[in-house]
Ligand binder design. Structure first.
Ligand code: TTP
Ligand code: MG
Ligand code: MG
Length: 486
């Protein structure tokens, strides 16, 4: 643990929904729900306006529709969100080489390692600037937490939401954390939470009071030690850059399709060895072995097998890859082969959660392909996906508000326009075409700088209002709260 609040955690506010509102002026200030719209769809996220009706992430879409029947319902546009995420991550990387992304909209930054901040004041300033820069570059708001460790920085950004900044003064961590529910601690999921509750432990203070031995008895050795340390606000986990590498994989494309089954087997073996070399070079091991095969007709298959424990043993990876290959028909010829290892084993518990969240996101991405795939003609009525952008030859840029019964309804507006009007067309109207999303912030280089500065000044005023700096911490508890490194 350090003595200065120089670990920053950023998380964008209602990320997908906010991006949609920024893109569509008519939805600003309104209830917006983004997610799968099919019969078994779930909510990816809801705008803060929709949250007042009780709609939240991971809720079945049908339930959301009952709670907020008048909200706008949109399918996600992952490519669009990813491009905004890239802009945000670039701003973070300008602050420090140590940036640890946890998902598209969230990351830790070690400000001290970047020489950007060394004490409370400089950290606060960096946080205020960052929020202003994010606003100027992406048009969106994100919330910032600053603290002396990762756990507290994340708690701080959660408290700052939406559109705020909270700094936790070193020394005040335990007083702040103590009354919070056990689920606040990283690694305490629903199961551990229930387990603790049955033992009468509901707050972080009660975890600390239970003592380390009791916790180890209840939840096992590794988890018990970790839980105890976290409850005392002891968190020494470093910010680790490039953590987004959640798998190591290698692949080869062949100029000529390989037909010979023996040769395919040899290639897979060679790729397995190369993959393990990479794994070892990074000091990693993983549990899930993945085989990728692209066949002569460009159909791509992936097969995976999860082992009981992590491995970086070339023999084990080779064998698993060979078993996976057994289940793939390669008779028409193979164009590409790949072997990967994922489920890497140096993750802390928190990262396991982050990983689970990303896997969820990935899953939904598969269910709802982002872009029309390939050049194949798509039936007219399927081309118009709610929320996606279109262009009309005469009326200009707009987005699909809905379609059905051979008609598509389009609202004509752009990120910079006033809320626009709605028009209805036949689904096969030749004047209507699918379009790329427009940038949320359009600016020339010179304009950009002054816009950023202006936004920075505004945000500085706002953040100062909301800034909580260990208010009212009694001096006598100071020594208790200042917890040195484990
Ligand atoms: P979060 O940061 O968890 O949520 P959020 O940004 O929507 O709202 P908040 O202001 O509370 O941070 O997740 C980021 C994005 O990830 C979210 O906009 C949509 C997506 N997501 C899912 O697809 N499924 C989920 O279950 C969650 C939690 C998020
Ligand atoms: Mg978020
Ligand atoms: Mg997030």
């Amino acid at each position: 643990m350090r003595n200065a609040p120089t670990i920053l955690h950023l998380d964008m506010d209602a990320f997908y929904a906010q991006a949609e509102q920024a893109s569509k002026p008519s939805l600003r200030g309104k209830a917006v729900v983004v997610g799968g719209l099919g019969p078994r769809g779930v909510v990816a996220t809801a705008s803060y306006e929709a949250r007042t009706f009780g709609v939240h992430s991971a809720m079945p879409m049908a339930q959301a529709r009952r709670l907020a029947p008048n909200a706008a319902y949109l399918v996600p546009r992952f490519g669009f969100y990813r491009s905004i995420s890239d802009q945000v991550m670039a701003l973070l990387r300008a602050l420090s080489p140590l940036v640890e992304p946890l998902s598209l909209d969230e990351a830790f930054v070690d400000l001290e390692a970047g020489g950007t901040a060394w004490d409370g004041e400089s950290a606060l300033l960096a946080g205020i600037r960052l929020r202003a820069d994010i606003r100027a570059v992406t048009g969106l708001t994100g919330s910032v937490g600053l603290a002396s460790c990762k756990m507290l920085a994340k708690i701080a950004s959660e408290q700052a939401k939406p559109d705020g900044l909270v700094l936790i003064e070193p020394g005040t961590e335990r007083a702040l954390l103590g009354p919070m529910p056990v689920r606040t601690l990283p690694g305490v999921g629903p199961a551990t939470g229930d387990h603790l509750r049955r033992a009468g432990i509901t707050t972080v203070d009660e975890i600390a009071e239970a003592g380390e031995d009791e916790l180890v008895r209840m939840v096992g050795k590794a988890h018990g030690h970790a839980l105890y340390a976290m409850a005392l606000a002891r968190d020494d986990r470093p910010v680790v850059a490039e953590r987004e590498t959640k798998s190591v994989s290698v692949e080869d494309t062949y100029d000529l399709d390989i037909h010979d089954r023996v040769r395919v087997g040899l290639e897979v073996r060679r790729l397995a060895d190369r993959c393990v070399r990479r794994l070892r070079e990074s000091g990693l091991s993983g549990r899930t072995i993945v085989l990728k095969v692209r066949r002569y007709d460009f159909s791509t298959l992936t097969r995976s097998e999860t082992l009981r424990g992590p491995t970086d043993d070339p023999g084990v990876v080779r064998e698993a890859a060979a078993r996976l290959l057994d289940s793939v028909d390669t008779t028409g010829g193979v164009r590409l082969l790949g072997v990967g290892v994922s489920g890497l084993a140096d993750f802390t518990q928190e990262d396991l959660f982050a990983q689970a969240a990303e896997e969820r996101a990935d899953l939904s991405e598969e269910e709802v392909p982002d872009e029309p795939v390939g050049e194949e003609p798509v039936p007219a009525e399927h081309r118009w996906r709610p929320g996606h952008d279109v262009r009309h030859a005469e009326l200009g840029h707009g987005w699909v508000q809905g379609s059905g019964l051979g008609r598509v309804t389009v609202r004509f507006e752009t990120p910079e326009s006033e809320p626009g009007r709605v028009r209805t067309f036949r689904v096969d109207d030749p004047e209507l075409a699918v379009a790329e999303p427009l940038p949320l912030v359009r600016r020339t280089p010179e304009e950009g700088d002054s816009a950023a500065e202006e936004a920075a000044e505004k945000a500085a005023g706002k953040a100062a209002e909301r800034f909580v700096a260990g208010e009212g911490t009694p001096d006598q508890t100071e020594s208790l709260q200042r917890v040195k490194g484990v």
